[in-house]
Design a protein around this ligand. Structure first.
Ligand SMILES: CC(C)(COP(=O)(O)OP(=O)(O)OC[C@H]1O[C@@H](n2cnc3c(N)ncnc32)[C@H](O)[C@@H]1OP(=O)(O)O)[C@@H](O)C(=O)NCCC(=O)NCCS
Length: 156
């Protein structure tokens, strides 16, 4: 099975592995506990897990949309495992996957208190009105639930 380790994460025995249907319940638990959604709909596709031995401590998704764009979704690290680089590793990992798919633009939606976290990782806040047309109508960017959030973009 393909997996990815930063040296520091390897020392913690954290691995990033691809998720499948067997992990839906764990992913939904992480998403609900972090209060960032109700869970994932549709097939478990393009989703990754951060695992410490057999314990799932984080997750993150990637949706490919339109012409060479990908959306980062559902980044969660369990509270007790935060501030160890796991969230950053899930960002770097998905960026690498996106590049492998010839993606040139990454986008995500998040609350203001994460803006600096993402800015430090290369993203910029963009007004919804200024988004490229194929991203303007992406469901997360128009959803009532996320209306207080902002969209961030990064060219890769
Ligand atoms: C956002 C979230 C995923 C970040 O996960 P995380 O694993 O804590 O992320 P990281 O550890 O990579 O980075 C967090 C901070 O810890 C710091 N950090 C990383 N490794 C560290 C270490 N070994 N020692 C001390 N600090 C460390 C990082 O530098 C970072 O701060 P910075 O932005 O100033 O650089 C996590 O807070 C979370 O799950 N939040 C709830 C869900 C949510 O809101 N998701 C975002 C949806 S868009």
């Amino acid at each position: 099975m393909r997996y990815f380790c930063f040296r520091e994460l390897a020392e913690m025995k954290i691995k990033i592995v691809k998720a499948d249907e067997r992990h839906r319940k764990d992913i939904n638990r992480l998403i609900r506990e972090a209060n960032i959604g109700d869970g994932i709909e549709g097939p478990v596709k393009n989703f990754w897990l951060a695992k410490l031995d057999d314990k799932i401590v984080g997750c993150a998704g990637l949706n490919f949309v339109g012409n060479k764009s990908a959306i980062f979704t559902h980044l969660v690290v369990e509270r007790e495992y935060r501030h160890r680089g796991i969230g950053s590793a899930l960002i770097v990992y998905r960026k690498r996957i996106a590049k492998e798919h010839d993606t040139d633009t990454l986008a995500l939606i998040t609350m203001y208190y994460h803006f600096n976290f993402y800015k430090r990782r290369g993203f910029k806040v963009v007004k919804r009105a200024d988004l490229p047309n194929h991203l303007k109508n992406y469901w997360m960017f128009t959803a009532e639930r996320y209306k207080k959030c902002a969209v961030l973009l990064q060219s890769i």
